[in-house]
Structure formats: C-alpha cells, structure tokens
Ligand binder design. Structure first.
Ligand code: GAL
Length: 338
C-alpha cells in the first residue's frame, strides 16, 4: 500500500510539474478593439468576424484575449476607452475611430505608449478635393512602422453605384426627359466613405455623359430609421420626379425601400434604389427586385486583413502602412450568378 501511495504521489507531482510547464508555454496576447458604435449594422458584422477569426488563429500555445469597447459615436468616450487600453497594457489595438479628425492625436498617444495600431473602416482624410494625396494627413500612419490602415477605397463603391444606374436600359432616365433626377441620402458627413460615395456615384453618371439633377441631399447618418424618414419626406415633396435614390449605405437603403413601398412606388418600374454594404437583407431585396443594386463592402476580407496584420505586429514583423480590400458590384446579374 505504502509503495502504491508513493508511486501515486510521484505521478501526481509529475503531472502538476507538466501542468505548470504547459501553462508557462502558453502565450496570451491582449488585443483591444474599439468600435465607433455598436448599433451600426455593418460594423456589427465586422466586429463579430474579428472575434471569430481571432479564435480560428489560436493554438495550444497562442491565445488572444480580446477586449471590445463601444465608442457610442462619442469621441470623448472613445478617447477614454483608448486610454484604458493603454493602462491595461494591450499588446495591439484595433481602432475604428469615431472622428477621423482626431486621428493624429490618438495615433500619437498610442505610439508613445509603444502599442502597435491597426486603424479600420474610417480612413483618416487622405485626399484633397482634386483627389491628390494630402501627405500631412497621412503622417501619423506613414511615419510609424507600427501603424497601418485597413479599408476599402470608397470612391470605388460610389463609382459602382453610378455604374449600375448607367448600365440600366434607360440609364435611370425613367421619364425620358434626358435628365437623371436623383436624391442622395448620406452617411455621417465627416466620414470619407459618405463623402466619396456621394461624389463618385454621381460622377460615374456625368463621366458617362449623362445629365443629372439633384432634387434633395440629406444626412441620414448611416441609420435605417433616418433613411426611411428622409426618403418618405422626399417622396412627398418630389413624387414621381424622383427617378433614382442613392443611399450611402444599405441600412439607409432598407429604410428607403420601406418608404418607397409605402408610397406605392415600385423599384425597377418607376424608381431605382441603390445602397452599399451588401447586408444580407439588402442582397435579398436585390434578388426580389426591390432594390436595384448594392455594393459588397467586404467585412470578411477587411476583418481578416486587420487581424492578420495585428498578428504580424504582435510577432514583430514588418508591415505595410495601407491595406486595401476591393468592393464588388451586387446587381441582378450578380445575384443570379450566386
Ligand atoms: C461604412 C459602411 C457604413 C457604416 C460606416 C461606419 O463603410 O458602409 O454602413 O458602417 O462604414 O463608418
């Protein structure tokens, strides 16, 4: 019996020694992820995919401890969250800024704390009105080997929206008066995605030689309810003069779709409706003909690129300063091919 107990004790000691050694071999990285606003449909998909993808990269010896923060669309709140991340000693920060105009200050604080930074989704203003690069606006990113931006070029999404209208048999000119009359429902005007989509959707039409007329241009702040309200008001004011409804994103386009149906209008017959993001609900409406088209804002590609570069930074590898993910046009042809 004594001998048996001795063997058992020895075995237990060995097991516990191994367990301690095992625990020491596991490296846990602390990752802070700050999102501008949780109620945003698109950023919710993006955030969930960041979490899911990090999980797939874990091994027996490498773990990622994620802390998420909701900026509630308030820059002061987000600044506090970033300072908490710094105090908590995050190993890397992934940041979806509330205000891109605060980029320089925030980048400085994070860099000074020696924490690598991956900016996502809201590109700090980078071009002037003529499309030239504004180098000063980039400095925080370009001059820091541990800071980068991962996103999509919003000019492309706007151009695709305009192209989908230009490609229609009547080029969006339903009443045949030689002019495409449209309304624009914009996202947050400080956001470069909103600025470029507004500009380049229309530019694609004028570049193709079509005449356009803006009947109404309002700010819906990316929000579905606001999109519905603005579209309903415009339909009341301008009625059948409206031929095309451009929305800077799908959430607002989903709202506009409801307003269009409520007003007894029929997409594809007496009005056209365009969004961006390719939310599942919007793609379904394109399939059913209740939306003319949307543009895939690839949250999977973007979140994976952001996580991959965060992991590179954690491993001390060299990175690029910019990573771009393409948009994809989602019209009838696209959904039929799915
Ligand atoms: C855009 C997206 C919008 C909204 C915005 C937030 O890229 O299309 O739906 O999520 O980002 O910054």
């Amino acid at each position: 019996m004594k001998k048996f107990l001795a063997i058992l004790m020895a075995a237990l000691m060995m097991i516990s020694m191994f367990a301690v050694a095992g625990a020491e071999d596991v490296k846990t990285y602390k990752v802070g992820v700050a999102i501008y606003q949780y109620t945003d449909n698109f950023m919710t998909l993006y955030r969930n995919e960041i979490e899911a993808y990090f999980k797939t990269l874990e091994t027996d010896t490498v773990k990622y401890e994620l802390t998420f923060a909701d900026g509630k669309n308030d820059m002061a709140e987000q600044t506090n969250q970033i300072r908490n991340f710094i105090t908590q000693g995050m190993n890397v920060i992934i940041l979806n800024l509330v205000q891109t105009s605060s980029a320089d200050a925030v980048i400085d604080e994070i860099v000074e704390a020696g924490i690598p930074l991956v900016l996502i989704n809201r590109e700090p203003l980078a071009y002037d009105a003529d499309g030239n690069t504004i180098d000063e606006a980039y400095e925080g990113i370009l001059n820091n080997p541990t800071v980068c931006y991962v996103g999509a070029d919003a000019r492309q999404s706007g151009t695709f929206q305009g192209k989908m209208v230009a490609d229609l048999p009547n080029h969006g000119d339903i009443n045949g008066d030689g002019v495409i009359s449209y309304i624009m429902i914009e996202g947050d005007p400080e956001n470069i995605d909103a600025q470029y989509r507004t500009e380049f959707s229309v530019k694609a039409l004028t570049d193709a030689g079509y005449e356009v007329k803006c009947l109404d241009d309002q700010v819906g702040n990316w929000d579905q309810t606001k999109g519905q309200e603005l579209c309903a008001n415009a339909l009341t004011s301008f009625g059948y003069d409206i031929e095309v409804v451009f929305c800077n994103n799908d959430a607002m386009a989903l709202g506009a779709a409801t307003a269009i149906t409520t007003a007894g209008r029929v997409v594809g017959e007496d009005i056209y409706l365009l969004g961006v993001d390719a939310l599942e609900e919007a793609v379904q409406l394109v399939r059913e003909g209740e939306m003319t088209g949307t543009v895939l804002n690839d949250h999977i590609g973007q979140s994976h690129a952001a996580v991959d570069v965060a992991v590179k930074l954690l491993n001390g590898e060299a990175i690029e300063n910019y990573y771009w993910v393409d948009y994809v046009m989602v019209n009838q042809e696209y959904v039929n091919a799915q």
